[in-house]
Design a protein around this ligand. Structure first.
Ligand SMILES: Cc1cc2nc3c(=O)[nH]c(=O)nc-3n(C[C@H](O)[C@H](O)[C@H](O)COP(=O)(O)OP(=O)(O)OC[C@H]3O[C@@H](n4cnc5c(N)ncnc54)[C@H](O)[C@@H]3O)c2cc1C
Length: 294
């Protein structure tokens, strides 16, 4: 993703104006208000770009607050188109295992690619299009399919939501980067300027699927129908006690770098013994996982 921000695109001034709602969409009204605020003739304003839009409905007269980048005497520089650009990790890149293909998992995967790591997402539910059909039984019969429903599956809990992008964090964190990533994957550009950005329930699943496509195209992996039931620590010394069988708390940082996916962690479909009987991880069954190199 480009590191572009509005502030470093140009030295053009950013002007805040407030207009009545009925005038707020008229570019001529913007120009008049900006010229008045700057004390300049309107002719000097040759270009304008909306940067922030918020509605103030606290009073009877609804107003719209606008932040506009102004091109004085010259047009504003063109902005680069936002596109998903992720380099493939090298063949010896470390692997990052990510459990869950919700927003956290998907953004973690994209970040891993930016850092030159190979992400592998394990998701218990189905992809967003297949998942849609599993919502029917909830509405029609009141039954919930355990691994594929409103909460589980590609895109996580919000995939079939309204797609309002709410966060209480306004000043910390790369919020603009998050929005740009969503736009690069098909979300409306308007989310970059709206005070209460909104993707919409029709578009959100498509954005989610486009993000998965980016992960796959850059060499990452996404495994659906893959529920993680347990961790098998390769070194028992990580356990609470030397002889405890299923350690709960690793005693020192647990490095998954270059950690191969052992057969017991693979989807049931990969296990010839389990595949016909269960969709769960092989770790749930009684078969011993074949020996691995680690
Ligand atoms: C109905 C609804 C509407 C919402 N609407 C909005 C909204 O409009 N705007 C907004 O900002 N937020 C909304 N939210 C909240 C938003 O969805 C969550 O904040 C967000 O999804 C959290 O992301 P996450 O990745 O942390 O977790 P999740 O989205 O919960 O993702 C976790 C993923 O991990 C998978 N998983 C879980 N256990 C395992 C396992 N053992 N093995 C493998 N995979 C596993 C799950 O299937 C899931 O896909 C809504 C939530 C719901 C339920």
């Amino acid at each position: 993703m480009s590191e572009h921000t509005p502030e470093d695109s140009a030295q053009a001034p950013l002007i805040d104006i407030v207009l009545p709602v009925e005038e707020s969409e008229h570019v001529s009204a913007w120009k008049t208000a900006i010229a008045e605020q700057l004390g300049l003739p309107e002719e000097r304003i040759v270009d304008m770009r909306l940067r922030k839009h918020s509605i103030d409905a606290r009073q009877r007269q609804i107003k719209v607050q606008l932040r506009i980048e102004v091109g004085l005497d010259q047009p504003l520089p063109a902005e680069p188109e936002l596109k998903p650009l992720y380099d493939r990790p090298t063949a010896d890149a470390k692997t990052v295992l990510i459990i869950g293909c919700g927003p956290a998992g998907m953004f973690a995967a994209l970040r891993a690619l930016e850092l030159g790591l190979k992400p592998i997402i394990l998701e218990r539910g189905k992809d967003a299009s297949a998942r849609r059909f599993d919502l029917g039984p909830i509405l029609k019969k009141g039954t919930v399919i355990e691994d594929s429903n409103y909460c589980f599956g590609e895109g996580g809990a919000g995939t079939f939501s309204d797609g309002k992008l709410y966060t209480r964090v306004k000043k910390r964190g790369p919020i603009r980067d998050i929005y740009e990533t969503l736009v690069a994957h098909g979300a409306p550009e308007r989310i970059l300027i709206d005070a209460h950005p909104h993707i919409g329930s029709n578009l959100l699943p498509k954005v989610v699927m486009a993000m998965r496509q980016s992960i796959l195209e850059a060499g990452g992996e996404v495994h659906f129908g893959t529920k993680v039931n347990q961790f098998i620590l390769k070194d028992r010394l990580h356990s609470r006690g030397k002889h405890s069988r299923w350690p709960r708390v690793p005693q020192r940082p647990y490095d998954l770098g270059n950690w191969p996916l052992r057969p017991r962690h693979l989807p049931a479909a990969s296990c010839p013994k389990c595949a016909p009987r269960t969709k769960a991880l092989c770790g749930r069954c009684t078969h011993r996982a074949p020996a691995t190199s680690d």
